[in-house]
Design a protein around this ligand. Structure first.
Ligand SMILES: Cc1ncc(COP(=O)(O)O)c(C=O)c1O
Length: 410
């Protein structure tokens, strides 16, 4: 008899083990409904601030984006009800893809229904059984899953250690037909960046392809928010594949691949996650298109985000808090020595109107729990000083026990 699926689905119990059962009975920081939490805080006369959302440029809820989405619902409906190849294409798909390609400075772009799917399907599709994929040890799960789904060999290099990558390639390159190096532009748990000029040099030296995941860097890095290529002065054509998402800076949902035109033309007819999945909804296409226009028109937003993130790091350091390797852009963690204290700090913040979920074990090494902050152009100096001030005060009276607070929602 097959084992019961329930015996595998022990997740809820593991979650308790991560942070201490008795603690999570008082405060469960996961699945907090932000709208309800905001309402509850405001009903108590508190200002509610979320540092949990990657709304980097503060565009979520922008009236122009809402109006574009409403107009798309009225003119084109919600779903496209087919793969784009066979009935799901709408005039707005290619229009948006062209505008995005122009913004990024690449030849061509194609969109898919999720950023996660984009990594999985692209990596698994391109890399075959005689090939090897070299990935950073802190790669996002969508990259790891793509590498697992591919029939190729996966080789892991130490986080951002390009000497290690170079060494591994020197030793192993000749065992394989094609080789792909995969790195992230801005790491979503640590807020540090990859050395793109060196990656380009290494990929050329070892005849490898380079895939950069720019999920967290578009809108964040570079003077105009064009990502790591702009930030480091690398011509985007030197990167073979750029993967991005519409769910962060573009305040919508979906993923995209940017590459040379012949590559995208080939993928449009062959990529399983594109060919065998529905086309992007006109509503979210319109929202992302409107966000893209705002990114280019309201260029002050990129600068405001940079100033906010720099202020956050500066104030955190003054308070003696550990921001790890973060460079001070869109993502900054505050590192803790144990999971219990991380959850307790998150609880303390939400009780005071700031939502910052703890990151314990899922997505980060077990011994590096943290509060991970997404900074936004919409945060104010008061929000930043307020949240750090609470953490600093808490750290200074570390020994006193935390009083369980009521959970605002979820
Ligand atoms: C580095 C990275 N790549 C890909 C994704 C997946 O993007 P999406 O959430 O839009 O599916 C994420 C999600 O946060 C990410 O952090």
């Amino acid at each position: 008899m097959a084992p019961k699926l329930n015996s595998l689905a022990d997740y809820a119990n593991r979650r308790f083990r991560f942070a201490g059962k008795s603690y999570l009975e008082h405060y469960d920081p996961f699945f907090v409904a932000i709208d309800a939490a905001r309402q509850e805080a405001e009903a108590q006369g508190k200002h509610f601030v979320s540092f949990a959302n990657y709304d980097y440029l503060g565009l979520a809820g922008h009236p122009a984006i809402k109006a574009a989405a409403i107009n798309a619902v009225e003119t084109l409906g919600i779903g496209v009800l087919a793969s784009r190849l066979v009935g799901g294409e709408r005039s707005t798909h290619k229009q948006f893809e062209k505008q995005l390609a122009n913004f990024l400075g690449v030849e061509s772009v194609m969109t898919l229904v999720s950023g996660y799917l984009t990594n999985v399907t692209t990596i698994a599709h391109i890399m075959g059984s005689q090939d090897a994929i070299f990935i950073d040890e802190l790669s996002h799960n969508s990259i790891v899953s793509g590498a697992k789904a591919a029939s190729s060999t996966t080789i892991t290099f130490r986080h951002n250690d390009l000497d290690h990558l170079d060494h591994l390639l020197r030793e192993k390159r000749d065992e394989f037909r094609h080789v792909m190096i995969i790195a992230e532009s801005l790491y979503s748990m640590d807020g540090d960046i990859a050395d793109l000029p060196r990656l380009v040099e290494i990929k050329e030296k070892h005849r490898a392809w380079l895939l950069m995941d720019e999920a967290h860097s578009i809108g964040v890095l570079g003077q105009d928010g064009r990502g790591l290529c702009e930030y480091t002065g690398v011509d985007p054509s030197q990167v073979d594949l750029i993967i991005g998402t519409l769910s962060k800076t573009f305040a919508s949902c979906g993923g995209f691949i940017a590459a040379a035109k012949p590559v995208i033309d080939w993928l449009r007819y062959t990529l399983p996650g594109f060919v065998f999945s529905v086309g992007l909804s006109p509503v979210i296409t319109a929202a992302a298109q409107s966000a893209l226009q705002l990114v280019q028109k309201e260029t002050w937003r990129v600068d405001k985000l940079r100033r906010n993130a720099e202020l956050f790091v500066e104030v955190a350091h003054e308070a003696g808090l550990d921001t790890g390797p973060a460079i001070g852009r869109g993502v900054v963690p505050i590192l803790f020595s144990d999971s219990y204290e991380t959850v307790a700090a998150s609880q303390h913040l939400i009780a005071n109107g700031y939502y910052v979920p703890p990151i314990i074990q899922i997505g980060v090494p077990k011994n590096q729990p943290r509060l991970r902050f997404f900074l936004s152009a919409s945060h104010t100096e008061e929000d930043i000083r307020g949240v750090i001030g609470l953490l600093a005060k808490r750290a200074s009276r570390q020994s006193s026990p935390v009083q369980p607070a009521t959970t605002p929602a979820g």
